[in-house]
Each structure stands twice: as structure tokens, then as C-alpha cells.
Design a protein around this ligand. Structure first.
Ligand code: NAP
Ligand code: MG
Length: 499
């Protein structure tokens, strides 16, 4: 977007009208308890809106509506082509409201509005379009049989899907779940994170406008321990798709085991290594990718490249360039053009990040950039880009997910050492590798235990490739690509004996 046409987001923010009610069975409604909670703007610490606090009673109401919509076939019995057109209309509506949605996302999360506009919203729109376009091009199968039998293997929607999602990419993650689930013919109930319910609620209005029938798409704002748990334990939810922390992901396996053994898919945390080999000659592009990997979205990114593993022969030069470049990532008001890092999500999370920085120092890490809270006078929760040198992979800051703009530098001696350190983690979501050597690129990318390995860039790929974690970063399926449809459908065998 050119600077000439950039809207005045600060003025727009003061004129926004914000919907805070739940969306159930085609209507905006308050919680049955009439309780509400506040969502705040992390860049100011001020209340943004009052939001319906849904709990188990609202979950029951939403699941009933979703089940009814599924059983009577108002959505799943449409031809795939008709579902495609409804989802494409929805994508168009998101696109025509892109500035309002980007602003709402920025206000609720603290991320720079220009990032929401350039990354989050286009990603959400592309996801909707990709799965919409895919659904009328997927064929089922006929198995090889003798002449007196016809055997069909058909793919059917699973039924009522619930999605419990985090606060870091609210609309992106919503779309990753909603697009394939709706394309496949399911009903879905989304529980956004308590910190960021606003864009999911706004999205619901657009879904209705696009012609997604009542009961097929529902949004229940509320707390994880009440609304989230009630969805996880509900006997009539067929599939629960979760993105969030590994700690909460475990609960969902337990909820499923203790209720109806619903299908659970988990997209969890990460501690992704970024490996820089000695053969890399041009360091500047590498440094820019390292910055994107750990500073984009304030480091609140599941696949953030938070462990910089660098060969001892190139470490000093690389680190000096990293520090210089990180200084150009401006921290500040998310609504102002040129801001690269906004506020982290809430005060408690900021304290958590600062606690990790303290732990890093006390375990012997050396801060070479940042390390502090800044812009306190705004009332917002801002943290400087922070770089540690002299980190050992056994330290807390190398093992636990910080979810902030904090990079830990670890030095290695040779390729085997790099692979060993990279894999010495409970997580396995993503990894990046920088090398000029074709053999190293292939060998190391195969040796790393992670769901996505990007070479000579920081990337999760696009919609056409699966995304998900190895080890404690994930369970039960993959998002994006046709693999996402597997999460929200089940195979049925129909064996027909001919007379
Ligand atoms: P979180 O605390 O695990 O929360 C995620 C969701 O779970 C929220 O909607 C939350 O509700 C709900 N929840 C919390 N406690 C619950 C409980 N006891 N029962 C049922 N639901 C519960 O994660 P977060 O702090 O929002 O997000 C950060 C985490 O997400 C990081 O670990 C990050 O790596 C991960 N993440 C992973 C991916 C991926 O694709 N692998 C993508 C993005 C983020 P409340 O909002 O009320 O707490
Ligand atoms: Mg908020």
C-alpha cells in the first residue's frame, strides 16, 4: 500500500463501533448469564470493548444449533460448488472490509496495523479462497474389487467442529480452521482467546452476509477454563481443533479421553532453531531474515526463530550485523506508519518475557542488545528487541518458549554439532537453515526433526504446503493444503454386493 492512500488509523480508531456479543445460530446474543469481560488495547492499557462472557450454558446452546444445522443438511448437503461460492463471497467481504478488520486486529493484539494490513488480512483472505477453490476439485475413490462388488471410499464431514484459538494471529488462525472445516461441510464454533475476541465477532457478521446459513458458523467469546473446557468436554462436539500452548493442548487430550473421544488436533508451541553455516558469505540477507524470524509480531509467533545457532567461525561478524540491524526495527505506536514492533499482548505476558530475560542473565547469558521495557508512559506493554550472546542450549531461555522479541545465540563447531543442538528440544515446529552448500542444505534439512524446515529464508511456505509440529509442537494433523481437509473429514467405506 502506498503512503499516499494510507488511512488515518488513529482517527478511525476513535470512531469505531465495536460489537462484543457472541454469534450463535445466526444472531448476535449476550451470554445467558449476562456477564461480560473487557478486552484491552495492549498499546495503551485501556479498555477497548465489553465482550460477552460465554460459559457452559452458551456452549450448550451453540452446540445444539451447530448440530441442528449439520443434521438438517442446510450446509453440508449443498453442492461443493455452492459452498465454494459462499466462501468466496466471504473472502470478498473480508477484502472489502480489510482496513477496518486490520485496525480492529491491531487494536486488540497490539501488532502494527500495517502488518495486519499487509500480512494477517491477506493471509486470511487467501486461506478462505484456497480451501473454497479446493473443495469442488477433490475426488473420492473406488477400490479394486471383483466384478460383483462396487466399493466406494467416500470422504464425509465430521460434524460439529469446535476451534479454540490463541491471541497472536486471531484472524489468520481462525481462517486456517474455519476455511477447510466449512469447505468440507461441517458446522463450526470458534472460541477466540479472551484477549482478542473482536475480529472473530466481526468476521461472524461477514459470514452471515456471505450466506453461510444460521448455526453453521458460531463465535463464543469467553474464558478458556469455562467456555474452552466446556467445548473440549462436550459429548456432541465431534472434533476439537486447538492452537495454543503445549500446556493447554494437553488438557484437550484429557477432555477428549474423559468425554466422547472426540478427534483432537493440536498446533502448539515452538523453540525453532535458525542455523547459520560457516559457508554463508553474504550475511546481510541472512540478518534480515533472522530479524523477521524473531521480531515480526513482537516475537509472539509459534514458529519464531528464537534460537540462533551459528558456526563459531562466523559468529562475531554475524552477531555484530544482527545487533545493528535489530536497532532499525522501530518499537512504538502500532497505528503509526513505520512502526515495526508493537506492544506485547498484556501486562502479565510482558512480565513473563522480562522474567525470561532475567533468567537468561542469571544463568550466564550476555545481553548484547535491549533487555528492557520501554515506552511505559503510553500505558502500553512494549519490550525492546533483545539479543543474548553466550547462551547454552541447556539454559531456560534456550528451552522454553518466550513468545517475545528475544533471540538467544548459541555457537556450534561443525554440522553434526548444529543438528544435535537443533534437535535437542521438546519442540519441533519449524527450523531455518542458511548455507551455500547444496549437500548441507539437503542433509541438514532431512536431519532436523521439525514440521517445516526453510532453507535460506524464514518461511512457513504458502497455503499449498502442510503446516504442523513434530514432538511436543503438535498432534493429530496438519493445517493448510489438502492435509487440512483430513482434520475435518472422515473416510467411509461403502461395499456394495451386486446381484
Ligand atoms: P493458550 O494459553 O494455550 O490459549 C489458547 C486458547 O486456549 C485460548 O483460547 C485460551 O482461552 C484457551 N484455554 C486456556 N486455558 C484453557 C483450558 N484450561 N481449557 C480450555 N481452553 C483453554 O495460548 P496463548 O497464550 O493464547 O497463545 C500462545 C501459544 O500459542 C504459544 O505457545 C504459541 O506457540 C501457540 N501457537 C501455536 C501455533 C501453531 O500453529 N503451532 C500458532 C500460534 C500460536 P483464554 O483466552 O481464555 O486463555
Ligand atoms: Mg485485546
Amino acid at each position: 500500500m502506498s503512503n499516499v492512500t494510507r488511512p488515518d488509523f488513529a482517527t478511525r480508531a476513535t470512531n469505531l463501533s465495536i460489537e462484543g456479543r457472541a454469534f450463535i445460530n445466526g444472531d448476535f446474543v449476550g451470554a445467558l448469564s449476562e456477564r461480560t469481560f473487557h478486552t484491552i488495547n495492549p498499546a495503551t492499557g485501556k479498555v477497548l470493548a465489553e465482550v460477552a462472557e460465554c460459559d457452559v450454558a452458551d456452549v450448550n446452546r451453540a452446540v445444539e444449533a451447530a448440530r441442528r444445522a449439520f443434521e438438517d443438511g442446510r450446509w453440508r448437503n449443498l453442492s461443493p460448488k455452492d459452498r465454494k461460492w459462499a466462501l468466496l463471497r466471504l473472502a470478498d467481504l473480508v477484502e472489502s472490509n480489510i482496513e477496518e478488520l486490520a485496525l480492529l486486529e491491531s487494536l486488540d493484539t497490539g501488532k502494527p496495523v500495517d502488518d495486519a494490513l499487509a500480512v494477517d488480512l491477506p493471509d486470511c483472505i487467501e486461506t478462505l479462497r484456497w480451501h473454497a477453490e479446493a473443495i469442488d476439485k477433490l475426488y473420492d475413490q473406488v477400490s479394486p474389487t471383483a466384478g460383483d462388488v462396487v466399493s466406494l471410499i467416500v470422504r464425509e464431514p465430521i460434524g460439529v467442529v469446535a476451534a479454540v484459538i490463541p491471541w497472536n494471529f486471531p484472524l489468520v488462525i481462525l481462517a486456517l480452521k474455519v476455511a477447510p472445516a466449512l469447505a468440507a461441510g461441517n458446522s463450526i464454533i470458534v472460541k477466540p482467546a479472551e484477549q482478542t475476541p473482536l475480529t472473530a465477532i466481526r468476521f461472524a457478521a461477514l459470514a452471515a452476509e456471505a450466506g453461510i446459513p444460521a448455526g453453521v458458523f458460531n463465535v463464543l467469546p469467553g474464558y478458556g477454563e469455562t467456555a474452552g473446557q466446556a467445548l473440549g468436554r462436550h459429548m456432541d462436539v465431534d472434533c476439537l481443533t486447538f492452537t495454543g500452548s503445549t500446556e493447554v493442548g494437553r488438557y484437550f487430550l484429557k477432555y477428549a479421553a474423559e468425554s466422547n473421544i472426540k478427534r483432537i488436533t493440536l498446533e502448539l508451541g515452538g523453540k525453532s532453531p535458525v542455523i547459520v553455516m560457516e559457508d554463508v558469505t553474504d550475511l546481510q540477507p541472512v540478518v534480515e531474515q533472522i530479524a523477521k524470524g524473531i521480531l515480526f509480531s513482537q516475537g509472539e509467533n509459534c514458529s519464531a526463530g528464537s534460537r540462533l545457532l551459528v558456526h563459531e567461525g562466523v559468529k562475531d561478524r554475524l552477531l555484530a550485523a544482527v545487533v545493528e540491524h535489530f536497532k532499525t526495527w522501530r518499537v512504538g505506536n502500532p497505528l503509526v506508519a513505520g512502526t515495526k514492533l508493537g506492544a506485547v499482548i498484556e501486562e502479565r505476558h510482558m512480565e513473563r518475557i522480562l522474567g525470561y530475560i532475567e533468567a537468561g542473565v542469571s544463568e550466564g547469558g550476555r545481553i548484547v542488545l535491549g533487555g528492557k521495557r520501554i515506552l511505559q508512559e503510553t500505558g502500553g506493554f512494549f519490550i525492546e528487541p533483545t539479543v543474548f550472546d553466550s547462551v547454552d542450549n541447556k539454559m531456560k531461555i534456550a528451552r522454553e518458549e518466550i513468545f517475545g522479541p528475544v533471540l538467544s545465540t548459541i555457537t556450534f563447531r561443525d554440522t553434526d554439532d548444529a543438528v544435535r543442538i537443533a534437535n535437542d528440544s521438546d519442540y519441533g515446529l519449524a527450523a531455518s537453515l542458511y548455507t551455500n552448500d547444496l549437500h548441507t542444505a539437503h542433509k541438514v534439512s532431512r536431519a532436523i526433526r521439525a514440521g517445516t524446515v526453510s532453507v535460506n529464508c524464514f518461511s512457513e511456505g504458502d497455503q499449498s504446503v502442510p503446516f504442523g509440529g513434530f514432538k511436543q509442537s503438535g498432534f493429530g494433523g496438519r493445517e493448510k493444503s489438502f492435509a487440512a481437509h483430513d482434520q475435518y473429514s472422515q473416510l467411509k467405506t461403502i461395499w456394495i454386493q451386486l446381484r
